[in-house]
Design a protein around this ligand. Structure first.
Ligand code: CA
Length: 651
C-alpha cells in the first residue's frame, strides 16, 4: 500500500458536507427482513458476502450493494439472516479490500468475519432486569485483566473457567479449593472496592483465539470495537457465545455490588489492516507530511478522532457498550490523542441518557509522542484538562511519582522510599492538584493512583529501590512497611481512588516493567501470595472502609481544596496535615494526617484536645476501637498515623 496524503481531502469542509451522515450503520433485523449498511465514501463497488461459518468455508452467497447516499452502501432483503456470518469486498481506487464490518456487533474466530447475532442467544437469563449498583459517593476503582484474574491454577477456579469471562462470575472460590481463603469475586467483595476497571475486553488482535492458552496480551490492539474478545470465551468460533458470556460476567459483577468500567482504546488500531482502514482507506487515520501514518500512540497509527465520521464512530461505540452491555464507565487509553470536542460530546450524551455523572469518563492525559492532528484540534492532554469539561477525569501522574518515584527511572525514589516529604508537595497530593496552579478543575477529575498495569508494580518498584537483594518474590518487612505507608498516603488524598489489582497484596511481576506480552504466569494474580500477604490486604481493606466514611476524601468539589487547614513539616522526612472532615454523619470533624517517611521515630506535639487513632503503621482498623491520645504522639519510622477528633473534643 503506497502512502499518499489525504488529509486535505478528509479534513475539508466539502468532504464533511458531502459524506457526513447520522443514518444508522451496521446490520438491522426487523419483521421486514435484514438491512446492511456500510459507510464507504471512496469505494467504487461493494459486495456483501455471506458465510455459514465465521472461519474457513467458502462464500455461500454474495450480493452487490448499491450506493444509497452520503457514501452509504446498502443491501436489503426480506430474509431474516440471524446467526449468519458476513464480510465486504470493496474496490477502492482500483485496489480490492476484504473487510469485516466496522459496525458489526458479533464476529467469528479472530474477528475476520462479522456476524449477525440472534438476540435470543446472546442475552443471559435475568439480563433484562440487570441494573447497576447505586452510584457510590466514594469511588474505589480496581484495575484487572480478565486472564490475569483467574489463570493461577491455585485460584480455586474450575479449569474450564481459567482465563475467561466466566471465572469472574464464580462465587465461592477459595485458594486451592481449601475453603480457607476467598479468591475471585468473593475476594473482591470482601475488599470493599466499588468498581472494577477491566483491561481491554473488546476484540483485539494479538492473541490467536484458536489457541488462547498459547498467547497472552493486555489487549491494547483493537480489531472489532463493538465485539467482545473471543479468547476470553468458551467458544470463539460461535459469535453469540462471547457476547452471552461477557453479559453473564457483568450481570454477576453488578449483583456483587460492583460497577464495571471498560478500558477503551480508540486512539489506534491493531494495524492498518483494520475494518476502519479497509472500508474507507486513510479516512480514520492521521497522516504525517510524507503520507506515512502518524504514530503518537507508539503503536504504528493514530485514529483521526477529530473527523466527523470518526468521532461519530467512537461516540456510537461508547453508547453501544453503555446501552447493550450496561457498562458503567469508560477509561480512555491515551486520551491525550483524542480531541476535546469528541470527549465532551461523549460526556454530554452519556449524561443525557443516564443522568449527570452516572457513567464515569476518564483517561490517560498523555500520548506516546506527537500526533498529526488537524490544525486547531484541542487534545485531551494534561495541559488542557482545566479547560475541558469537569466530568472528564484523568490519571494523576504527579501523586503517583511523588509517592514512590518516577515510572521513567527505576532508581528514582519518592516519599516512601528515600525522598523527603515537603509539606507543600504533600499538600498538592492531598488536594488532588486542584486550584489555580493545579492540573485539575476539581478532585472529581483526578484519578488518584500509585500503580497500574503499565510500569513496575508498586511492590517491584519498592524492591528495586529498597532491597539490595532484589528479592521480588520475598516478603521483606521493610518493603511491606513502605507499601503500607504508600497506601496510607494514597488513601488520604482527595480524588477518585484507583488500585492496580494485587497492589494490596504486594503483587510482583518479578521486576518486569512492561509485561504487555509477557507470559500469563508473569502477569497472573498469584492467589497464594494474596493469602500470604493477608495482613497487607487487611490494611487496604481497613483503608477502603475508612475512606468511605470520610467527607474529606469524598469532597470532589472545587471548594474541597479548602478543607486542607494546614500542612507542615516536623522534619524534612515527616509531614503533618490537618484537614476539615465535617459532613453529615461524620465521626470526626478534623483529621490529623502524619506521614513519617524517615528512618527515625518522630515525636510530634498534637493540637490541643483528644484525638482518636484511626490508622497507624500496623493497622488501619483502629478507628473501630475507642483509642484516644492527647498531648503528643510518637510515630515510628516509615509509618503513617491518621488521627481524628470531634469538634467538642478539641479545645
Ligand atoms: Ca480477538
Amino acid at each position: 500500500m503506497g502512502f499518499s496524503r489525504n488529509d486535505h481531502l478528509f479534513d475539508s469542509k466539502e468532504f464533511h458536507e458531502r459524506f457526513y451522515t447520522a443514518v444508522p450503520l451496521g446490520v438491522f433485523l426487523s419483521e421486514e427482513g435484514t438491512v446492511f449498511r456500510l459507510w464507504a465514501p471512496t469505494a467504487q463497488s461493494v459486495t456483501l458476502r455471506l458465510y455459514l461459518r465465521g472461519d474457513h468455508c467458502t462464500v455461500s452467497e454474495q450480493f452487490q450493494m448499491s450506493l444509497w447516499k452520503k457514501g452509504v452502501w446498502e443491501y436489503k432483503t426480506d430474509r431474516l439472516l440471524r446467526g449468519v456470518y458476513y464480510d465486504y469486498m470493496l474496490i477502492v481506487d482500483g485496489e480490492s479490500f476484504c473487510s469485516a464490518d466496522p459496525y458489526c456487533r458479533a464476529c467469528g474466530l479472530n474477528g475476520e468475519r462479522s456476524m449477525i447475532p440472534d438476540p435470543s442467544e446472546t442475552d443471559p437469563e435475568g439480563w433484562g432486569a440487570d441494573t447497576s449498583p447505586a452510584k457510590p459517593d466514594c469511588d474505589i476503582i480496581y484495575e484487572l485483566h480478565v486472564k490475569d484474574f483467574s489463570w493461577d491454577p491455585n485460584g480455586g477456579f474450575f479449569d474450564r473457567d481459567r482465563g475467561r469471562f466466566s471465572a469472574l462470575k464464580q462465587e465461592g472460590t477459595t485458594l486451592n479449593h481449601s475453603g480457607l481463603y476467598p479468591t475471585g469475586l468473593d475476594y473482591l467483595k470482601r475488599l470493599g472496592i466499588t468498581h472494577v476497571q477491566i483491561l481491554p475486553m473488546y476484540d483485539y488482535g494479538s492473541v490467536n483465539e484458536a489457541e488462547p492458552e498459547k498467547g497472552y496480551n493486555w489487549g491494547y490492539d483493537p480489531v472489532n470495537y463493538n465485539v467482545p474478545e473471543g479468547s476470553y470465551s468458551s467458544d470463539p468460533y460461535n459469535g453469540a457465545v462471547r457476547i452471552r458470556e461477557l453479559k453473564e460476567m457483568i450481570l454477576q459483577l453488578h449483583r456483587a455490588g460492583l460497577r464495571v468500567i471498560m478500558d477503551v482504546v480508540y486512539n489506534h488500531t491493531y494495524d492498518l489492516e483494520s475494518p476502519l482502514f479497509k472500508t474507507a482507506p486513510w479516512y480514520f487515520y492521521r497522516q504525517n507530511e510524507d503520507g506515512s501514518p502518524s504514530n503518537g500512540s507508539g503503536c504504528g497509527n493514530d485514529i483521526a478522532s477529530e473527523r466527523s465520521m470518526c468521532s461519530r464512530y467512537i461516540l456510537d461505540s461508547v453508547l453501544y457498550w453503555a446501552e447493550e452491555y450496561h457498562i458503567d464507565g469508560f477509561r480512555f487509553d491515551l486520551m491525550g490523542l483524542l480531541d476535546q470536542e469528541l470527549m465532551e460530546q461523549i460526556r454530554r450524551e452519556l449524561d443525557a441518557r443516564y443522568g449527570m455523572g452516572e457513567k464515569l469518563v476518564y483517561g490517560e492525559p498523555w500520548s506516546a509522542g506527537p500526533t498529526a492532528h488537524r490544525p486547531g484540534t484541542i487534545l485531551c492532554h494534561k495541559g488542557n484538562l482545566k479547560q475541558i469539561h469537569e466530568g472528564i477525569g484523568a490519571f494523576c501522574d504527579d501523586t503517583r511519582d511523588l509517592v514512590k518515584g518516577s515510572v521513567m527511572d527505576v532508581d528514582s525514589v519518592g516519599f516512601v522510599n528515600g525522598n523527603p516529604i515537603p509539606a507543600e508537595l504533600l499538600g498538592k497530593c492531598l488536594t488532588a492538584w486542584t486550584g489555580e496552579d493545579g492540573v485539575f478543575r476539581n478532585a472529581g477529575q483526578s484519578i488518584c493512583y500509585l500503580s497500574c498495569h503499565d510500569d513496575w508494580t508498586l511492590w517491584d518498584k519498592l524492591v528495586y529501590t529498597m532491597d539490595p537483594k532484589k528479592d521480588f518474590c520475598g516478603s521483606e518487612a521493610v518493603i511491606l512497611q513502605a507499601n503500607r505507608l504508600a497506601a496510607a498516603i494514597h488513601f488520604c488524598c482527595q480524588g477518585r481512588l484507583f488500585l492496580h489489582a494485587g497492589e494490596e497484596f504486594g503483587r510482583t511481576k518479578g521486576g518486569v516493567k512492561n509485561s504487555y506480552c509477557s507470559s500469563a504466569e508473569i502477569n497472573q494474580i498469584d492467589w497464594t501470595r494474596a493469602w500470604k500477604h493477608e495482613g497487607l490486604v487487611d490494611y487496604y481493606r481497613g483503608l477502603i472502609a475508612l475512606r468511605k466514611q470520610l467527607p474529606w476524601t469524598k469532597d470532589l468539589s472545587e471548594q474541597g481544596k479548602q478543607r486542607l487547614l494546614w500542612v507542615e513539616n516536623e522534619t524534612p522526612f515527616c509531614a503533618l496535615a490537618c484537614v476539615n472532615n465535617e459532613g453529615a454523619d461524620s465521626l470526626w470533624d478534623n483529621l490529623l494526617l502524619i506521614f513519617n517517611c524517615g528512618q527515625t521515630l518522630v515525636e510530634t506535639k498534637l493540637p490541643e484536645g483528644k484525638w482518636q487513632i484511626l490508622v497507624d503503621g500496623e493497622s488501619s482498623f483502629l478507628w473501630k476501637e475507642e483509642h484516644s491520645i492527647s498531648g503528643s504522639c510518637s510515630v515510628p519510622p516509615k509509618t503513617a498515623q491518621v488521627l481524628g477528633a470531634k469538634r467538642r473534643d478539641l479545645s
